[in-house]
Structure formats: structure tokens, C-alpha cells
Design a protein around this ligand. Structure first.
Ligand code: NDP
Length: 334
């Protein structure tokens, strides 16, 4: 297998020297294992956390080990009774061309008529994150207003479209005119605001005349600051990600905003609840597969993929993901 390993832990933004490409012989699969050939590798913002030694919800990747990733793969050789050679699975195949994985960490890709790559996007982990976080925490109601940032990405675009499907207003925040136009023209968001515009906070306020009932937190930073004064009574804030901070090396030199935040939580009776999607898997996975596939089939859940060809381009693509250079679900086609 050709594989990309973690060569050194990045300080701030990852660079070429964060990564090292190697080749290795894979063993034959033991009992319960599968030898798979990766076809698509999912690149996701959480991987930045795995590159650091800091405490997080998941263990850091040890230096010299293959970077972790979910993949769509073809079974080449099966040591597990539930799988046979030639089948397509979603599994944790990592940043490499082939892998030996435990069969219990693989699932057959549903035969829903959609491209196999959707198992890593709209019908995979990011789509599920949107679905479960909305069901459990966001609980958007008809007539309410939702704001989501990183809105052109796989999580944000699903969040906004779920709000629309529920009869709510959806306002997206994204970087650049092209992504903003996509949100309104293609996905049916009611408004989109470019977070790089100089008068971002004013524009967001104009787009949310009735305030904000659900702020889906994907990024933190100045988007959160602009949202805070607009939140309505009983507003909900599913805290899903903080991508604006993943490359940060320390606490930024800004005035302490925590007291103002806590005051808003109290005065507006806000619910602020962080989550990692895995906690909702048992309860919501099956319903998600059905509901999401139906919404996609009905044209009410559109998705966009940003497919980069070649494993060797994964480091550059990943660095771009944290800067918004991707447009849609970022995938490596091996
Ligand atoms: P995306 O494909 O949307 O990629 C991240 C996007 O974040 C970039 O494209 C960029 O879009 C935006 N961004 C980066 N920096 C900033 C910034 N400083 N200010 C505003 N926007 C910024 O990623 P995903 O849809 O895969 O993930 C979205 C979020 O959800 C992430 O925070 C991720 O960590 C989180 N997540 C959480 C899960 C959980 O279980 N809690 C599971 C899955 C994802 P733009 O060009 O618009 O700025």
C-alpha cells in the first residue's frame, strides 16, 4: 500500500513536512478482518485535532502512523463472514491506497441508487451529524430562523436544507460570492452572507430581521460574535465544530468575551449543547438513512462534492479545507 503518515505535529497550519508518503506490505487479513482497496478517502476538519497531541474527544494519531480517515473501499479479500470480495463498504481505511480493517468497522453501502461517494457525505458521517444534531438539539420549527456557517460544506448545507424542509428560514454564512450564490440559487437558502465582507455583522443582522432561533455552530470566531446579539428567547445552539480555531496555537489576544456570552445565555434562556455525532448513532442512524435518501430523491436535499484526484494530493487538499478552499464535501479519489 502507498500511505501517508503523520511525520510531525503541526504548529498552526499543517505544511508539507507534516506529512510523509511511504509504501508498505500489507499482511493477509486474519479472521474477522478485511483487505480492502480504498476508492474514496474522506477528508474532514476533525483530522486537524488528531494531528495535535492536545486532549480531545479522540486519541491523537501517533507519529509515524497512517492518518485516519473513513473511506469507501472495495473488499479484495474477506476473513469476515458478512463480507465477500468485490463488495463495496464504508470503513476506516485511512490515508492510503489499501488497508486491512476489522470487519466490524465496515458497513455495506446501501443500494439507494446514489453514487458510492455519498456514503462519506450526504448519506454518511457529515449528513448524519446534521440530521442527528438537528433532531436532538436544534429542533428547528416552522417559521423560525436558522443560521449556519461553513454553509456550503457537507454539514452546513444539510443543516440549512433540513431547516427548509421543516418550514423554517435558513440563512447561510460562507466565504466568497460563489459559495453564497450557490446557497441561495441551488440549495434554496433564504439568504447568504459572506463572512469575509467588511460589514459582515450588519449584513447578517439585515438577513435576520426576526432574530435567530437556532445558531448551528460550525466555526466560532467572528461569526459567533455577530450572531450573539441576534439570538431570540429560547434560542438553541448546537455546538458542532469550531473550524475557525483548529489551526490556532493559543488563545487569541482579544478582550474576554465570556461574560457577555454568559449574559446572553442567561437573558435569552439559551440552550448551548456540544455534541459528537457518534453519541447519536444507535438512536438515529437507521432513520437518517431512510429520511435522508428520501429527501435526496425528492430533490429537497442537494449535495456537492469536491473530488481531488490522487492520494498524493491529499495533504494540499486538507490544508485547503481549513481555509475554505474546498467547495462541497472534500474527497480524495484514489
Ligand atoms: P466543510 O467542508 O464545511 O469545511 C470547513 C469550512 O469551514 C471551510 O470550507 C470554510 O468554508 C469554513 N471556514 C474555515 N475557516 C473559517 C473561518 N475562519 N470563518 C468561517 N468559516 C470558516 O466542513 P464539514 O461540513 O465537514 O464540517 C463543518 C463543521 O462541522 C466543522 O467544524 C467540523 O469540525 C464539524 N463537524 C462536527 C462533527 C461532530 O460530531 N460534532 C462531525 C462532523 C463535522 P468557507 O469558505 O465558507 O469559509
Amino acid at each position: 500500500t502507498t500511505r501517508i503518515v503523520l511525520a510531525e505535529r503541526p504548529e498552526g497550519t499543517p505544511t508539507a513536512s507534516t506529512f510523509r508518503t511511504e509504501t508498505a506490505e500489507l499482511p493477509a487479513p486474519a479472521d474477522g478482518q478485511l483487505l480492502v482497496r480504498n476508492r474514496y478517502i474522506s477528508l474532514d476538519p476533525y483530522m486537524r485535532g488528531r494531528m495535535s497531541a492536545a486532549k480531545s474527544y479522540a486519541k491523537p494519531t501517533p507519529l509515524g502512523e497512517v492518518l485516519p480517515a473513513e473511506t469507501v473501499a472495495e473488499v479484495v479479500e474477506s476473513g469476515h463472514p458478512d463480507f465477500a470480495a468485490g463488495q463495496l463498504v464504508a470503513t476506516y481505511g485511512g490515508w492510503q491506497s489499501a488497508a486491512v480493517v476489522p470487519g466490524k468497522m465496515a458497513r455495506r453501502i446501501a443500494d439507494n441508487g446514489l453514487p458510492e461517494s455519498t456514503a462519506l457525505g450526504v448519506l454518511g458521517m457529515p449528513g448524519f451529524t446534521a440530521y442527528a444534531g438537528m433532531a436532538e438539539i436544534g429542533r428547528i420549527q416552522a417559521g423560525e430562523t436558522l443560521v449556519v456557517a461553513a454553509a456550503a460544506g457537507p454539514v452546513g448545507s444539510a443543516v440549512g436544507q433540513l431547516a427548509k424542509a421543516a418550514g423554517a428560514r435558513a440563512v447561510g454564512v460562507a466565504g466568497g460570492a460563489e459559495k453564497c450564490a450557490y446557497l441561495v440559487d441551488e440549495l434554496g437558502f433564504d439568504a447568504a452572507v459572506d463572512h469575509r465582507s467588511a460589514d459582515f455583522a450588519d449584513r447578517l443582522k439585515s438577513a435576520c430581521r426576526d432574530g435567530i432561533d437556532v445558531y448551528w455552530e460550525n466555526v466560532g470566531g467572528k461569526v459567533l460574535e455577530a450572531v450573539l446579539p441576534l439570538l431570540n428567547l429560547y434560542g438553541r445552539m448546537p455546538v458542532c465544530g469550531m473550524v475557525a480555531q483548529y489551526n490556532a496555537t493559543g488563545v487569541p489576544e482579544v478582550p474576554d468575551r465570556l461574560p457577555g456570552f454568559m449574559r446572553a445565555v442567561l437573558n435569552q434562556s439559551l440552550t448551548v449543547r456540544g455534541f459528537i455525532q457518534t453519541e447519536f448513532r444507535a438512536k438515529h442512524w437507521d432513520g437518517f438513512q431512510q429520511d435522508m435518501a428520501r429527501l435526496v430523491a425528492e430533490g429537497r436535499m442537494k449535495y456537492r462534492e469536491d473530488v481531488v484526484e490522487g492520494l498524493e494530493n491529499a495533504p494540499e487538499a486538507f490544508i485547503g479545507l481549513l481555509e475554505g478552499r474546498n467547495f462541497g464535501k472534500l474527497l480524495i479519489k484514489v
